[in-house]
Design a protein around this ligand. Structure first.
Ligand SMILES: Cc1cc2nc3c(=O)[nH]c(=O)nc-3n(C[C@H](O)[C@H](O)[C@H](O)COP(=O)(O)OP(=O)(O)OC[C@H]3O[C@@H](n4cnc5c(N)ncnc54)[C@H](O)[C@@H]3O)c2cc1C
Ligand code: FES
Length: 239
């Protein structure tokens, strides 16, 4: 884990999302599913972002501009500088025999790097609209479904034999995937202020105990993730 001030190389629009490419410098990309804390201009706290792509000399992040921090990140221009801290947390285990990548919405963010590291494994992606589904271009070998069809409906047709599911998406989707494939490795989310275990802002209930998601996760597998329940959901808007 390192903290470095790096320069934005480019900003690309991918449907409603922004792909922010940053010079890598001495930062390691880490394992798919790990994340970085990105300084959000004008905000007190950095924002956690999964690594999306790791081409030579670069780290790229796919960002959904849902609030002030993510909007500030999506407004960065080539040449602007920001602090990055990472890689952080526990990523996906790549020791899988029949990988199937499953994501909903911005949960697609860690999949391009994951897919690359798994040799273009098949993927199942769910989006709310064709516009959101433009992000599919970042993941090879992907089947997509659009609302009202849910990604978990499509997953039901892929369970014989049961695949090694590696997933990311909104909490209800992750819960439904876990019902279908209890062994799935899933990337969970909680509001994070520090990203490395110091603030306890990301405490969630895991298997009946309160733990820091930034340390134990964000990727949890099998029964580890069976009890994930956020402790608090504080508004970060002023931070
Ligand atoms: C490990 C990890 C990796 C992530 N990777 C990505 C990524 O690759 N791309 C991406 O676009 N987003 C990612 N996120 C989510 C992103 O960090 C939040 O959307 C962002 O911090 C929101 O900041 P904001 O200031 O824009 O909005 P805020 O005003 O802080 O939040 C807007 C709304 O979202 C809620 N919220 C904020 N953060 C979270 C959260 N982490 N979980 C659940 N609800 C939340 C707030 O309570 C509020 O209701 C990731 C989160 C985590 C924990
Ligand atoms: S974000 Fe600070 S302890 Fe997890």
């Amino acid at each position: 884990m390192r903290r470095e001030r790096r320069t934005v190389r480019s900003r690309e629009t991918v449907g409603p999302y922004t792909l922010l490419r940053v010079e890598r410098g001495g930062l390691e990309p880490g394992v798919p599913g790990q994340f970085f804390m990105l300084e959000a201009p004008g905000r007190l706290l950095p924002r956690p972002m999964s690594l999306c792509l790791a081409p030579r000399g670069e780290l790229a992040f796919l960002i959904d501009p849902i609030g002030p921090g993510t909007q500030a990140l999506c407004s960065l221009e080539p040449g602007d500088e920001l602090h990055l801290l990472g890689p952080l947390g526990n990523g996906f285990s790549l020791a899988v025999e029949r990988p199937l990548l499953v994501a909903g919405g911005i949960g697609i963010a860690p999949l391009p790097y994951l897919s690359e590291r798994l040799g273009g494994a098949p993927a199942l992606l769910g989006f709310r609209s064709e516009w959101h589904a433009e992000a599919t271009a970042l993941v090879p070998n992907a089947e997509i479904v659009i609302d009202p069809v849910l990604v978990t409906e499509a997953l039901k047709d892929r369970l014989q034999p049961v695949p090694d599911v590696l997933g990311c998406g909104p909490e209800p989707m992750l819960g439904a995937v876990r019902e279908l494939v209890p062994s799935a490795q899933l990337a969970w989310e909680a509001p994070m202020a520090c990203g490395y275990g110091a603030c306890y802002g990301c405490a969630v209930e895991i298997g009946g105990e309160w733990k820091r998601l930034c340390v134990e996760g964000p990727v949890l597998s099998g029964t580890d993730g069976s009890g994930v329940r956020p402790l608090t959901r504080p508004e970060q808007a002023a931070a």
